[in-house]
Design a binder for this molecule. Structure first.
Ligand code: 4AD
Ligand code: MG
Length: 463
């Protein structure tokens, strides 16, 4: 008998087929007429299929009538047209095999709705809920879309290291890598010796694959990297994680304008792929999490992103008459409240801010001739704020070395990065998209901890 997913079983063209389904029981309801309805979900889609289990099944009294939420089962049977409202098909079971029971007294995911905070404590079970099933299907779809977008344009996927010696963003927010010495003396419990340095120099978990990406862009053309990155910033907000996934394209012979255009096309492509492939999940987010999700995504897929200079944005904020918690002043970084004002109140759509003050941006960004600004860009989205940060890179050897010194970095520590400017330097640009930030935007989930399977934040690395 052919194994199919619940997703395929729900489509009308399966009617008449004998199939096998495997999954988890959501609910069981017994009819007075001596049979039962089981709602079955296998994670393949938002919907459940209704299984009709007849009283004539040999294990009807002994097992079927004891099924409850969370039990795992295999169903054999025929897909039939459903009489019930809101569903086209159901399965008439010829066999119900129970793989595993779930004690209804202790199984946490009962009918009652749980808070997001509570569900975070059950990271091992929350993927079985409608909300998290949808989140992780959308996360998969976005990941596929990211690869498709770049692969179709001939970008090479490069794997940049997780363990590194350099601090790309120069912000000092790095986790240090230490070793575990199993032969350590008993006074340390025989286990841990934090003094040993495996790499014979300080090494850290990467904050960004950009610098290594530049090595490959200046040899192979357009490349991208996509993997986990780590920030030891102690900000306990709904938009920051200590471990998050970033996709970073790096493009040879591309300037800031070209960079902004790729960023815009990229985001629009992700959104239209999700709208095409995850319609039911988006509808769920719109109905249950944030009723602006569909309208915002539709507007974003069609409309143009505005391009506004940092200097003009500061003017707009100053003239807005708004009282912000953080003072607006040329030369300081924008806070979330400023970004939200620009995208939600003033422009009412995504905005790409560009040409930021050089003093608030990292050493690698290309300096403008005004001596005050750099060729940086941030893509800001309503509700979430910054989802992309990027720039044209400084390709002039002398300017780069001067900028490093300005920021207290020793060019000798970055000798390999500097050499890319010494030998056949080229104009090039790139950006980083935070996967969880765009997922927050797409799903409307209020907290970034709820769009990653196992969130790591200050004070919390359970599971
Ligand atoms: O703006 P950031 O720090 O830029 C870079 O790391 C560059 N090296 C990227 C590049 O040009 N290749 O980070 C890029 C994006 C942000 O716009 C945001 O979406 C996300 O990464 N991000 C975070 N997401 C979750 N938690 C955090 N703590 C994040 N920090 C940055
Ligand atoms: Mg940034």
């Amino acid at each position: 008998m052919q194994k199919i997913s619940v997703r395929s079983a729900l489509s009308a063209d399966q009617v008449g087929n004998q199939v096998k389904l495997e999954g988890w029981v959501r609910t069981r309801r017994d009819s007075k007429a001596g049979f039962s309805f089981i709602e079955l979900n296998d994670g393949s889609c938002m919907g459940n299929i209704q299984v009709v289990a007849d009283g004539a099944l040999t294990n009807y009294e002994s097992e079927v009538k004891k099924l409850s939420a969370g039990c795992s089962v295999r169903i054999l049977g025929e897909i039939v047209a459903s009489q019930g409202k809101g569903q086209t098909t159901e399965i008439q079971a010829s066999e119900v095999h129970v793989y595993g029971w779930a004690d209804p007294e202790s199984y946490p995911l009962q009918k009652k709705r749980h808070s997001m905070e509570k569900l975070r404590e059950w990271a091992h079970l929350r993927p079985r809920t409608n909300t998290f099933g949808a989140v992780f299907r959308v996360r998969n779809c976005v990941s596929r879309s990211i690869h498709n977008f770049f692969q179709e344009r001939g970008f090479l996927y490069v794997h940049t290291p997780i363990i590194t010696a350099s601090d790309c963003e120069g912000a000092g927010e790095m986790f240090k890598v230490t070793t575990l010495d199993l032969d350590a003396p008993p006074k340390t419990g025989g286990k841990v010796d934090y003094t040993q340095d495996f790499f014979e120099r300080p090494s850290y978990l990467t904050v960004s694959g950009q610098l290594e990406g530049e090595i490959f862009a200046t040899a192979l053309g357009n490349v991208y990297t996509f993997g986990p990155t780590f920030r030891a910033e102690n900000s306990n907000t709904s938009r920051h994680l200590a471990e998050f996934w970033m996709v970073e394209p790096e493009m040879a012979f591309v300037d800031l304008e070209g960079n902004m255009q790729v960023a815009e096309d990229f985001i629009k492509r992700i959104i239209s792929d999700v709208m095409r492939d995850c319609g039911d999940d988006l509808q769920f987010f719109n109905d249950r999490i944030d009723d602006t999700v569909l309208a915002t995504l539709t507007a974003m897929a069609d409309g143009e992103f505005l391009r506004v200079s940092y200097t003009d944005a500061i003017d707009i904020l100053l003239k807005s008459g708004r009282k912000f918690d953080y003072k607006v002043e040329w030369g300081t970084d924008l806070q979330s409240e400023h970004e939200r004002f620009l995208t939600e109140v003033h422009f009412k759509r995504p905005v790409i801010l560009h040409d930021y003050p050089r003093t608030i941006k990292p050493f690698y960004m290309r300096c403008n001739d005004d001596g005050k600004t750099v060729r940086a860009m941030d893509v800001l989205a309503p509700k979430v704020g910054e989802i992309i940060g990027g720039s044209q890179r400084e390709e002039r050897l002398d300017v780069l070395e001067q900028r490093m010194q300005e920021q207290g970095l020793n060019p000798a520590d970055y000798w390999w990065y500097v050499e890319l400017r010494k030998y056949g330097t080229i104009p090039h640009s790139g950006f980083g998209l935070g996967l969880e930030r765009i997922l927050q935007f797409i799903t409307g989930m209020g907290n970034i901890r709820d769009v990653i399977p196992f969130p790591r934040t200050p004070g919390s690395a359970d599971f």
